[in-house]
Design a protein around this ligand. Sequence first.
Ligand code: GDP
Length: 370
Amino acid sequence: MVKKKSNEYIPDWVPENPSDAFATKVVKGITSDSKKSGENQSQKRTHLKIDDYVDGVLKNDRTILARAITLIESNSPAHYEKSQEVLKKLLPHSGNSIRIGITGFPGAGKSTLIETLGLFLIKQGHKVAVLAIDPSSTITKGSILGDKTRMEKLSREKNCFIRPSPSEGTLGGVARKSRETMLVCEAAGFDVILVETVGVGQSEVTVRSMVDFFLLIMLAGAGDELQGIKKGVIELADALVINKADGDNKPRALSAQAEFSMALKYIAPATKHWQTNAYTCSALTGEGIENIWNVITKYKEHTKSTGTFEERRKDQSLEWVFSLIDEQIKKSFYENPDIIKSLPKIQKDILSGKILPTAAAEVLLRVYKK
Ligand code: GDP
């Protein structure tokens, strides 16, 4: 923590002059234990050069890692260029991890499971980074994944790094930033990356396109509709976990597991040569968590031996390139001064029926191409 004014404290990764260019902001009211201990209070925020970022990340310096991610998340063109330079130098050191996507409806137990699994993995000697992709934050400016105290025990662990979702931008933009954040975490030595997302929309497809293994957390008896789980999401999963298999709920969880196991036989697997299965666990008591890790380990060994692991990563790299192009083209379109000028009138004309949507799109594209 860095002391700002006499009684105001901000995390290390918050930019010195937070402006709209940065995607992550800290709201008033954030305090920390370091306030009491006086830890780092005299630390001055120094200007970092590209090599400072690179060296700091490679040494697993938490403050610099956090600041590198803040740089990546920035919306300013100047920061973008610098972050790309940093990334270029870190890229050769990345890739050495298992990337795991975790999704599920709010309340299914994602954060509890991540905390239990994360603590288990750290005990085993792993270094765990937890990233969140929360598209709701771009709509509501609030965040489903960020509005409660989450993973308290895990966040205190030295070998764990937790980063909330960037809170501004489109899903594509948020995903681009998270993907780059993932690479930076790998360069910093984290060998398990957990990417959490809310199972209520498009974000699962995006997260699937950046992870090796995709875990869907469900509940017994809640009904597919209630859980907002579409068949499409099940088709993305490499494992289904029925959480809260404890106490009175255990028998229901076991029968849900049996039902899902049957249903999964008729669904095309998300990964070639890998049969998606259903399991039970209790994120609260920890029962079944080790088994989930065993499944993931087996999956990694299996897909590496068949070549599917590398093949998917290569496909994902290609997909990434195209999504970057999409993002840049879209940005350049909407930031084009002529488009900005013409858009309000054309929008009015579409709404009043003066012009058809297809013709409107054509006109705008013509304006842009000019
Ligand atoms: P998220 O919204 O998906 O991140 O869900 P949370 O992890 O916040 O969990 C929602 C609620 O379910 C919390 O009150 C948890 O304590 C509870 N919960 C999570 N996992 C379990 C579990 O395995 N068993 C039981 N009984 N409760 C759980």
